[in-house]
Ligand binder design. Structure first.
Ligand code: SF4
Length: 615
């Protein structure tokens, strides 16, 4: 009870709701953790904070991990007394360069190569030079560390948690492994594997390698030649395939790249760079970008080498370990329009894509971790476990939201927009139906969100919307998706149009902001996508299909939830393509199934929506 009061103190909350009480009871009792599917608006944050304070009291270091910086900020504001916030390097200024009249952030600074008086030992809180102003980045890390020791929860992004616990923690000064396990809550955990794949992905380009090679030439020609041979080798491999396409590299190509990189002596280069800085051969200010390029090379090569190794199969005592990653090469021809733009410096890209991220997530969690994974859309818990390695007891909680206040519409008279089944005019027909409906809703005073799968589709909807007199907004080079969404939320525009990638998640449109959503079609993977090709090689046909179905299902559920954020909301979502018919109803959580309508025409559903919104 004391704990409960401590959590609620200084927050707008007076008591726990039934779902929160039930989830907390399960979570507190569990030694290893849980997977919770909790509908939006049921107060996941309060569950997370109460649970972590409880676990901190029993000696576990508490972490609350959420996908976006905005959510981190929001949690910090909601629970100022219980949390300490930790952001990534790019959010803090670098004082070393500020002393030299340059304004850059800690991410841009070649920090590891410098003797910086501001550096803070994250264990003791002391600066390298007594009396120096503490580096804001390291100071925040120190405060989070101390806060955790005193039972405060570190709130950070999923990216920060995974990189900090895996890559940064080991090389940074003064940081020790935690002997006791941590307690971590992953909010919006349905994205965990996807975010991990993005973080553990490495790209080398011909431009950056050439710059590293030129810088190295000054003091270690032998290592510079290794970088050059590597660059020329991967460029030749890329050129053997089609331009402007992500091509999967063959295993024997990966072996050749690995052999060459293995001969690169990273520590020798690091010593030489440090010497060059202290002798003045490299000037910290004038040659900053050069030093940063070398720092990136020195720091990334080990991770690059081990990722390449994991892109190969390995003989084990108990059988063969299949590749965990895959490698893709991409290049532009010199004559391509992109290469005519002087600002475009890179012609060749080599990327190691992490696929099977389970061992990495496990390593980031450390031993004996208690993990509570929460989301409004877990979907298939077995596939979630397969993708993340998190296999704990699963509970799906009902919603206190009144299901009669929303509809999940799948009209019976819309076309099937799949590549195989769509007839020539079907995409146009679907657009006409959506835009006509958006006009009717606009005339009745309601705004709409249209979610597409591709950018081409987004532009086509935008064109038709404008031609039909709708005040439609979308993002562009001039305005980012986040900026235009904020303009729309503030009341400007009648229709907002964007892809599922941009607006499928992280966009909150509560009541009256936008009560109508149209989701045009599910985004199944393209056959020419290297990840699709990797999965097809790695898994059976039915397993691949299950994975793809799972991903489109999670996206569909996320899109639907954009305008139902609290129990007071009112809104509908139209799923347009008949492709949704094979999985949509089945993928809805039990509490939402009564809201599904799949046997009426689009016109009838528009009438039903107008009735609902005026009720
Ligand atoms: S430790 Fe020094 S060099 Fe590194 S980011 Fe902080 S102020 Fe900059």
């Amino acid at each position: 009870m004391k704990l409960m009061l401590k959590v609620l103190k200084g927050t707008p909350y007076k008591q726990f709701r039934p779902v929160q009480n039930e989830a907390l009871a399960l979570a507190i009792d569990s030694p290893t953790g849980n997977i919770f599917e909790i509908p939006t608006g049921e107060g996941k944050s309060l569950i997370a904070v109460a649970l972590l304070l409880n676990d901190a009291a029993s000696g576990r270091a508490p972490w609350l991990v959420t996908p976006t910086k905005a959510q981190v900020d929001q949690l910090g504001q909601m629970f100022p007394n219980q949390t300490a916030i930790a952001f990534g390097r790019s959010e803090y200024p670098c004082l070393y360069y500020e002393d030299r009249g340059e304004k850059i952030n800690a991410q841009e600074s070649p920090c590891y190569m410098l003797k910086c008086p501001h550096r803070v030992n994250v264990q003791t809180g002391e600066t390298d030079e007594l009396g120096s102003t503490p580096c804001p980045y390291y100071q925040a890390k120190y405060e989070a560390e101390v806060g955790r020791d005193r039972g405060k929860i570190t709130v950070c992004t999923t990216a920060f948690f995974l990189t900090n616990r895996l890559f940064v923690r080991q090389p940074e000064e003064g940081e020790d492994e935690e002997s006791e396990g941590i307690s971590v809550v992953f909010d919006e955990c349905h994205n965990l594997a996807k975010i991990a794949r993005g973080i553990y992905e490495f790209t080398l380009t011909d431009y950056h390698l050439k710059r590293a090679e030129e810088a190295l030439m000054k003091f270690d020609r032998q290592q510079a030649y290794i970088v050059r041979r590597f660059r020329l080798l991967f460029m030749r491999m890329a050129r053997s395939k089609r331009a402007k396409t992500y091509n999967l590299l063959e295993l024997n190509d990966i072996v050749k790249l690995l052999d060459l990189l293995n001969s690169f002596q990273r520590s020798r280069v690091e010593t030489a760079v440090r010497q060059a800085i202290s002798s003045g051969e490299l000037d910290e200010t004038k040659d900053r970008t050069e030093i940063k390029t070398l720092e990136n090379l020195i720091r990334n090569i080990p991770a690059f080498v081990s990722s390449l190794k994991y892109s190969l199969p390995e003989e084990k005592q108990d059988g063969v370990r299949h590749p965990l990653n895959y490698v893709v090469a991409f290049y532009y021809k010199k004559t391509d329009p992109e290469m005519q733009d002087k600002r475009h410096k890179t012609q060749y890209y080599l990327t190691i894509k992490a696929y099977f991220v389970v061992p990495l997530i496990k390593r980031a969690l450390g031993d004996n971790a208690k993990v509570t994974a929460m989301s409004a859309t877990i979907g298939n818990v077995n596939i979630f476990g397969h993708e993340t390695g998190l296999r704990m007891p699963f509970t799906s909680f009902p919603s206190s939201f009144d299901a009669t206040k929303t509809r999940v519409f799948l009209p019976k008279d819309t076309p099937n927009l799949s590549q195989r089944k769509a007839r020539r005019d079907d995409p146009k027909k679907a657009r006409r139906m959506v835009i006509d409906a958006a006009v009717q809703f606009r005339d009745a005073g309601h705004r709409s969100l249209i979610v597409t799968v591709s950018n081409d589709e987004r532009e086509a909807y935008m064109r038709d919307a404008v031609q039909n007199g709708l005040y439609a907004l979308t993002y562009s080079d001039e305005m980012s998706a986040r900026e235009i969404a904020s303009v729309f939320r503030s009341g400007e525009g009648e229709v907002l149009i964007g892809t599922a990638q941009q607006f499928g998640e992280g966009l909150d449109l509560p009541r009256n902001t936008c009560p109508v959503i149209f989701f045009v079609r599910p985004g199944y993977p393209r056959p020419d996508d290297p990840m699709t090709q990797f999965e097809q090689k790695r898994f059976s046909g039915s397993h691949c299909w299950q994975l793809w179905q799972y991903r489109v299902m999670i996206t569909a559920l996320q899109v639907r939830g954009r305008n139902i954020r609290t129990i007071d909301d009112l809104g509908v979502c139209f799923f347009i393509s008949q492709q949704f018919r094979s999985f949509l109803r089945g993928s809805l959580p039990e509490w939402l199934k009564p809201s599904f309508v799949g046997n009426k025409s689009m016109d009838d559903m528009i009438d039903e929506t107008l009735g609902l919104l005026t009720s």
